[in-house]
Design a protein around this ligand. Sequence first.
Ligand SMILES: Cc1cc2nc3c(=O)[nH]c(=O)nc-3n(C[C@H](O)[C@H](O)[C@H](O)COP(=O)(O)O)c2cc1C
Length: 359
Amino acid sequence: MENTLSPHLFSPFTVRSVTLRNRIGMSPMCQYSATDGFANDWHFVHYGARAVGGAGLIIVEATGVAPEGRITPGCLGLWSDQHIEPLARIAKFVKERGAVAGIQIAHAGRKASADLPWQGGAHLSEAQGGWPTIAPGALPFGDPLTKVPRAMTAADILRVQNDFVATAKRALTAGFNWLELHAAHGYLFNSFLSPLTNQRTDNYGGSFANRTRLLLDTTRAVRQVWPDQLPLAVRISAIDWKAGGWQIEDSIALVKLLKAEGVDLIDTSSGGLVPDAKIEVKPGYQVPFAEQIRHGANLATAAVGFITDAKPADEIIRSGQADMVLLARQLLANPYWPAHAAKALGQKITPPNQYLRAW
Ligand SMILES: Cc1cc2nc3c(=O)[nH]c(=O)nc-3n(C[C@H](O)[C@H](O)[C@H](O)COP(=O)(O)O)c2cc1C
């Protein structure tokens, strides 16, 4: 945790050899706009605009480590070398605009093979362009994700780990300098972590040590190929919002182990595991989790979720609740949120030359 000297929203943040120009990151957000996993002009403009708008970190959306690991047929993928080039173009532009280029790599597990949200988001049969799903066990998520996943074999587990490692290498080749593993929202890693979704009886289920094994082993393998000088982050669901599920104490215990594997920052989200979770959504509702993990495990955190205004965002940093904030919907609505926030807080950020007369 560098920069502990009164950091605020617009102070730089250094993780390993990478320095963010401020503490505002673009939260990963699926665009459901790819064909066969390939990034296109939509993605280029979408991510490029937020880098122009002043964010310190751009995290490219959940990007599948395998075709069957995509949430929808429109999700990005990086399971082949052919996927590198259009992502490299995005990473290059983001960096030219002074932001750090990050990417979230993911496997959607039992929530994969869904239709695009604006087409209803239900599971797709193979005839409709969907595919068979895998998970810790043969437990479906529930309406409208009704597909029964196949319980993963030892060979599946090994393959998924290898897919994460190969994808991390490709992300590096594409020029990304910040990597995030998606272990939240009920996707594959998350479904191994929680006792609600992991009922395995082998050494990947049962005890806390067994349920965390897949994520920890994969993190260790990824860290070996992801350079020492570059940050590695993990997004987790800090709690399931359900009795009998994963609790904040579990998160703190997990984060201590992730830290020992070379993870630098925890992107602190919550929920998404089961459909009947009772989530108490209100402004900054997940910030206390980021704070508890930051202090409980002594690791940097990013706070995310319903952070809308400059002042509270700044306060999250000033009060030491988190090291940075990630914004999702606010940045969709306004790519220039960081520029406006700087003005509201009396901070100066340098606009691109082309926009000098506007900011
Ligand atoms: C359109 C959309 C797509 C999203 N896709 C992802 C994703 O790819 N990976 C992820 O971890 N979270 C995803 N999320 C969750 C956001 O990253 C974020 O955690 C959530 O929206 C709360 O932040 P907000 O209140 O600033 O929107 C998505 C959210 C939205 C609105």
